[in-house]
Write a protein that binds this ligand. Structure first.
Ligand code: GLC
Length: 742
């Protein structure tokens, strides 16, 4: 509809109709039997005369269901303003990719963009209009369960993925195609203190702007139509009521004119935070901060009209929010076609297609990290007898917590993939032990205790499967151990302080190792685990994350050498939990470990652990052997205030017959500045494919823009002085060279 018509529509709406556009309810409010409303409505306490005016629906999907609800809703709507259907389509729809912390190790934003484009077309066919993705919360603490959805610990890499995911989601966004992206969680949710979900976030504005905000800004600059507020405080004020964050920074500074939606119940949570007295106060603070939609509470529904009547809130403020929501609906063509792309025929044609599955498999194959490979244990050779042991050997739970629309039945088990691969002498599998010793925490998911009991092996079964596993392993040349955290031990509210493998799993690993076989550990997790103890009991480690619909095939292809692993870590794997938070781009301190002026003890280090992680950012192994040498600069001086650029070259050589990819990483350190600067920061990278026995010169450009930061006076600029430029195949092993900005 024309803008002028939309304006007229806005002016025709009653206050109640306007407020309705700012309320989002879940699907149970829209069930065919209206009487059902009593249940959820009572629970939420929303005035029932508001429901016919509600503007959007949370997590209702499926062409038929969306069409049915939309049709019934419009029949009773006087102004025929269609419902907006928003869902958590986070890393795949029916075709599920590896978790984002997994696929971020592909260092392949173009591939991820393609994956998100496919994801959007599957979801649009099922009636989705908005997805609550990308999640771009920077994270440095593996205790936080939502590492799973994040893109790791680096600002630059996270920003590249953020923009690529928005481009993929919103490809051809218009009346027919594309989903509206909703970048989340604004802002800095990944810095929750103690890695404990929903906890306080407190940091300097400098760190917030330098490290945490850029990935959200990359999404906004790429055109994300919505932003979701974070649960946490930012400098003492909860994000959902934080006017500085939402209005001054996001809207005024960045020019974001789209819709801001609160996270689930976050408007009402301003009370629990101690930032609002009651629903009315929470409503006023969230609206003043320009949060447009109240997800799943009755605050806006019940309190906006009283605030208007009491003169505490202007109708103009409400109109601004309603206008942004109507504009989004209009851009999606909903007034012309409220059913948009939702169609059963399209679902059949566009969902779970071989092409989409092929992309998912490629993403998985580029996302599995080879962490250890003693004496070239991997790849397996076809003559080797292989036993598969562990609770993940026959599990289909390989999609992770936020694969809301994935179907377990679509996921092959490792056992099935091994059986079908035909490139090993496969002896079969045994669970060997239970995933966990205690499943009581599942009760928090509302899982009935009798169902939890089904998860658990009985005492006799535990003895049985252990015996079976040892017997099977004793016949093998190589034992592949499929171990890891339970899928429900990570994701939202999945914060943990003990990041080691479950005790019984480590016990099993030790007993299998004692059989003197080659042992390959495949770990499944939604976060970096502490694998330090496991090193003594395995010859190779593959970090598989939760690898998605095609994960088992991807793992198998890597194990048998069909695929040469190329993934490189995007979040540090700690030596132990005591090191957390741990990240590659920390600061030197006045007493660095290699201090020339202080003796061994009196430097910044631990008495009982190294400063370094077990596995560093950017690290990963491959089956080929590469050197990265001969770092060279076109000049050792970069001219400030000009469009001058340094040309950086380095020689990459594949010394083996096996073709493969490397990720060449470029880091920069500002040696002395008006504020201390990290020991190194990723500023560029290139994923390079090399045929066997070939060399390639890799080139980068270094510009003044790459040297900018928030200085003492908070201005964003580069400062003259000396810089160290480092290039390597991970953040620890680099060649260094100096240059000056003059
Ligand atoms: C959840 C999550 C958010 C999700 C929303 C809707 O609590 O924090 O990421 O999009 O609620 O399900």
């Amino acid at each position: 509809m024309e803008t002028s018509q939309l304006k007229e529509l806005l002016n025709r709406l009653t206050v109640k109709e306007k407020i309705g556009q700012l309320v989002q309810l879940s699907g149970d409010f829209f069930k065919e039997d209206q009487a059902l409303l009593v249940g959820p409505q009572q629970k939420l306490g929303i005035n029932d005369d508001m429901i016919p005016y509600v503007g959007s629906v949370l997590n209702v999907i499926g062409a038929e269901k969306v069409q049915e609800i939309q049709q019934r809703y419009l029949e009773q709507s006087e102004h025929k303003i269609p419902l907006l259907f928003m869902s958590d389509i986070i890393y795949g729809f029916r075709t599920v990719y590896p978790i984002p912390l997994g696929f971020s190790t592909s260092w392949n934003p173009d591939l991820i963009e393609k994956g998100y484009e496919n994801m959007a077309s599957e979801a649009v066919a099922s009636g989705a209009h908005v997805t609550f993705a990308p999640m771009v919360d920077l994270v440095k603490d593996a205790r936080w369960g939502r590492c799973l959805e994040s893109l790791g610990e680096d600002t630059y890499l996270g920003s590249q993925y953020s923009a690529a995911m928005v481009r993929g989601i919103q490809k051809d966004l218009g009346p027919e195609k594309g989903l509206a992206a909703c970048v989340k969680h604004f802002a800095a949710y990944g810095a929750a203190e103690g890695g404990r979900d929903y906890n306080n976030v407190d940091m300097s504005e400098r760190r917030l702007r330098q490290e945490y905000l850029p990935a959200y800004k990359a999404a906004v600059d790429a055109g994300s139509r919505l932003v979701m507020t974070a649960f946490n405080t930012v400098d003492g004020i909860p994000a959902t009521g934080n006017e500085w964050l939402l209005k001054d920074v996001l809207r005024d500074e960045w020019g974001f004119d789209g819709v801001i939606i609160s996270d689930y119940a976050a408007v009402q949570e301003l009370i629990a935070h101690g930032y609002a007295l009651d629903d009315k106060d929470a409503t006023l603070k969230a609206m003043t901060a320009t949060n447009d939609i109240d997800m799943k509470t009755a605050c806006y529904a019940n309190q906006l009209e009283p605030l208007l009547e009491e003169g505490k809130l202007s109708l103009a403020k409400i109109d601004e929010a309603v206008w942004r929501v109507l504009t989004l609906k209009n851009e999606l063509g909903l007034f012309e076609d409220p059913y948009r792309g939702a169609s059963v025929e399209r679902e059949a044609k566009e969902i779970f297609t071989p092409e989409n599955l092929a992309v998912a498999q490629q993403i998985a194959e580029e996302s599995i990290v080879l962490l250890r490979n003693q004496e070239q244990t991997l790849p397996l050779n076809t003559k080797e007898k292989v036993a598969l042991i562990g609770p993940y050997s026959d599990s289909r739970e390989l999609m992770g917590l936020w694969a809301v629309h994935g179907q377990m039945k679509d996921v092959k088990t490792l056992d099935e993939a091994f059986t079908e691969c035909g490139k090993m002498e496969y002896l079969g599998y045994s669970k060997g032990c239970d995933m966990l010793e205690n499943y009581d925490f599942l009760g928090e998911f509302g899982m009935p205790m009798e169902m939890i009991a089904n998860y658990q092996l009985t005492a006799e079964q535990k003895i049985e499967v252990k015996k079976e596993a040892l017997a099977l392993a004793s016949k093998a040349d190589v034992v592949v151990m499929a171990l890891g955290e339970h899928t429900l031990q990570s994701g939202e509210a999945g914060s943990r302080t003990n990041l080691r493998l479950p005790e019984k799993q480590l016990e099993l690993l030790k007993e299998i190792h004692a059989l003197n076989k080659k042992v390959v550990l495949v770990t499944f997790s939604g976060r970096p685990l502490v694998l330090t103890d496991e090193l003594a009991y395995c010859d190779a480690i593959l970090q598989a994350w939760f690898p998605g619909t095609k994960g088992a095939e991807a793992i198998t292809n890597i194990l048998v050498g069909q695929v040469n692993p190329s993934a490189r870590l995007t979040q540090s794997f700690p030596y132990n939990e005591g090191q957390l938070p741990i990240y590659y781009n920390g600061f030197k301190t006045g007493r660095p470990e290699d201090s020339a002026t202080h003796s061994g003890r009196f430097v910044s280090k631990y008495l009982d652990a190294p400063n370094q992680p077990l596995y560093a950012f950017g690290y990963g192994l491959s089956y080929h052997k590469t050197t990265c040498e001969g770092l060279n600069l076109s000049s050792h001086q970069l001219k400030a205030g000009s469009d001058d650029a340094l040309t950086v070259t380095i020689q990459l050589e594949n010394h083996s017959e096996i073709a493969g990819s490397e990720v060449v990483q470029l880091y920069i350190h500002d040696q002395a500045a008006s504020v201390v600067r990290p020991v190194k920061e990723l500023k560029a990278f290139k994923k390079v494919y090399l045929e066997g026995k070939t060399t390639q010169e890799v080139t980068f450009k270094v510009t003044e823009e790459m040297l900018k930061f928030y200085g003492r006076d908070m201005s964003y600029q580069a400062e003259l002085g000396k810089f160290t430029l480092m290039v390597g195949l991970n953040s620890e092993k680099v060649e260094a060279i100096e240059f000056d900005l003059v």
